[in-house]
Design a protein around this ligand. Structure first.
Ligand code: C5P
Length: 238
């Protein structure tokens, strides 16, 4: 099946999203990412809107709370019909298990349970910050791999990670473990504030399951053209 890059819809309002989506043919079913900035302003309505327009949604809310609260929140989110959602692995195995149970409980009969993935260490966290703020004495890489193993143990589908970590994560878990990777830039594109980037073709080669691409598509002069180029590269057709 043809794979679609997930477009990070990092816009400030629903109106801006509507304007952006007008640049794509109506029948083009996209896979989009909605984050907490927009969700907290618009509420679940933004998900219903995108779904009714024919798009699949990755709801990037990164839940992290006591297991009971996360379970109930996930049960509610499951009713929205998103394809992927996530939690922080730092919440612990019990919390991740509760999140998964909540998703299963809340998914309407006959519908697919959303894939649940974990955020390991945020890419904005440096090793120094991890040592000093979180008092975790190991290397950043060890912490990421440990969290990935915890997510696997808790029955989650995978993790959000840098494309550069995919191979090690697959080795630490299993080859089918979902690795969703942001920080993707087509050859020659502006890197922006991303520090460690990879091209769609390389992400495919190293085994990313999903790629998330924001600005190279949202800020492009012709977003549809840029999307198709990245999609083709992601599917191995240059
Ligand atoms: O515009 P750009 O392609 O850099 O956007 C990437 C998206 O992925 C943004 O929504 C960003 O917040 C998100 N993200 C990331 N790195 C992570 C996790 C999420 O860039 N480690």
């Amino acid at each position: 099946m043809e794979r679609r890059p997930i477009i990070a819809l990092d816009f400030a309002s629903k109106e801006e999203i509507i304007q952006f989506l007008k640049k794509f043919p109506k029948e083009e079913a996209l896979f989009v990412k909605i984050g907490m900035e927009l969700f907290y302003q618009t509420g679940p309505e933004i998900v219903s809107f995108l779904k009714s327009s024919g798009h699949d949604v990755f709801l990037d809310l990164k839940l992290h709370d006591i297991p009971n609260t996360v379970k109930k929140a996930m049960s509610g989110l499951a009713k929205l019909g998103v394809k992927i959602t996530n939690v922080h692995a730092a919440g612990g195995i019990e919390m991740m298990e509760a999140a998964k149970a909540g998703l299963i409980e809340g998914t309407p009969t006959g519908e697919a349970v959303p894939e649940l993935i974990a955020v390991t260490q945020l890419t904005s966290t440096s090793e120094k910050q991890m040592h000093e703020d979180q008092l975790i004495p190991v290397s950043l890489q060890e912490s990421v791999l440990h969290y990935a193993k915890c997510a696997d143990k808790a029955g989650l589908d995978g993790v959000v990670c840098s494309a550069l970590e995919v191979a090690a994560i697959h080795q630490a878990t299993n080859p089918d473990f979902v690795c969703l990777t942001p920080g993707i830039r087509p050859q020659g594109a502006s890197v922006g504030d991303q520090k460690r980037v990879m091209t769609p073709a390389d992400a495919k080669k190293i085994g990313s399951t999903y790629i998330v691409v924001g600005r190279p598509i949202t800020q492009a002069e012709n977003p549809y053209e840029s999307y198709l180029q990245i999609k083709n590269e992601w599917n191995g057709e240059k």
